[in-house]
Ligand binder design. Structure first.
Ligand code: OGA
Ligand code: MN
Length: 296
């Protein structure tokens, strides 16, 4: 028999701290090295911090793609993104998010997140959370914004809360695809097999976080196409009102990236947005996406 690796249970504690940001959401985890074993107790603290702060920032993580995948997997199974063109070689669980072109070909998804969204909300089982690891950063721009959808829900008027609580909405990966492809012709034309993988899904407009029980708004500019069972004009007006409300500055944390940051957010609690990178500057991050349960 080969010797077992140090088990996660027995690994020494890493003595890290959680420092909340001066922002509606987010905290930095200081003193944790994700390339080292994380014991069960430390893992439980990270998990609790994630539920409390919704976005955790681990600075200066010198981790390999496999270590990024292994850490992500402790929270659940990983999604393989429909744009298989942008998988990291030999690591299909990693989606390359990058505006870099090599020999005229994009190496990654260059316009990920240019509209507010929650990852994979267009599938029956959307994402629990995603982890981005910064590989190469521009000298300016490239921030990512996160908006707290619990606060968005809680700050609606009781009348509007009552009105939207029973509603469902359709989410579609294809909602903005052709519009984005017209702006960014490098976006691949989807094959029929890819289109079949992203049939629209119907989601509750207000979801309940499965671990904390808190309600959150769950509609987005990027993927939500219509409220089911409402006339088109009413649906459009209500969605416009909810989109505008859901991303008010008082719900938002703006992340300014540093090299080797690993940022782990909760897609059940937050929406996020890429603020944008000037075209002539290079930006590249690796993303893993954890599969979540069916929203309710
Ligand atoms: C993503 C995403 C935003 C960014 O990778 O899911 O939306 O700032 N990225 O790159
Ligand atoms: Mn995203």
């Amino acid at each position: 028999m080969t010797a077992a690796p140090i088990s996660e249970v027995d690994a020494p504690s890493q003595h890290f701290e959680v420092h909340p940001f001066d922002a509606p959401v987010g905290a930095e985890v200081v003193g944790l090295d994700i390339s080292k074993p994380i014991n069960t107790e430390d893992f439980a603290r990270i998990h609790r911090a994630h539920l409390a702060h919704h976005v955790l920032v681990f600075r200066d993580q010198q981790i390999t793609p496999q270590e990024h995948i292994d850490f992500s997997r402790r929270f659940g199974p990983l999604e393989i993104h429909v744009l298989h063109q942008f998988q990291l070689k030999n690591h299909p669980e990693i989606l390359i998010v990058s505006n870099i072109k090599e020999n005229g070909e994009p190496i990654g998804l260059g316009d990920a997140g240019v509209y507010w969204h929650s990852d994979i909300s267009y599938k029956p089982n959307p994402s629990l959370g995603s982890l981005l690891h910064a590989q190469e950063l521009p000298s300016e721009g490239g921030d990512t914004l996160f908006a707290d959808q619990h606060l968005a829900w809680e700050s609606l008027s009781p009348e509007l809360q009552q009105r939207i609580l029973p509603l469902k909405a359709e989410h579609s990966y294809l909602a903005k695809y052709e519009e984005l492809r017209a702006k960014n012709p490098w976006r691949p034309k989807l094959s029929q097999a890819q289109i079949d993988q992203v049939a629209p899904a119907v989601q509750p407009v207000v979801r309940t976080h499965p671990e904390t029980g808190r309600k959150a708004l769950f509609v987005s500019e990027h993927f939500t196409t219509r409220i089911v069972d409402l006339p088109q004009d009413e649906s459009d007006a209500l969605l416009a009102e909810l989109f505008a409300h859901s991303v008010k500055p008082e719900f938002v944390y703006r992340h300014k990236w540093a090299l080797h940051d690993l940022v782990f957010w909760d897609n059940r609690s937050l929406m996020h947005l890429a603020a944008g990178t000037p075209d002539h500057l290079r930006r590249r991050l690796n993303r893993t996406t954890i599969v979540g349960g069916t929203p309710f």
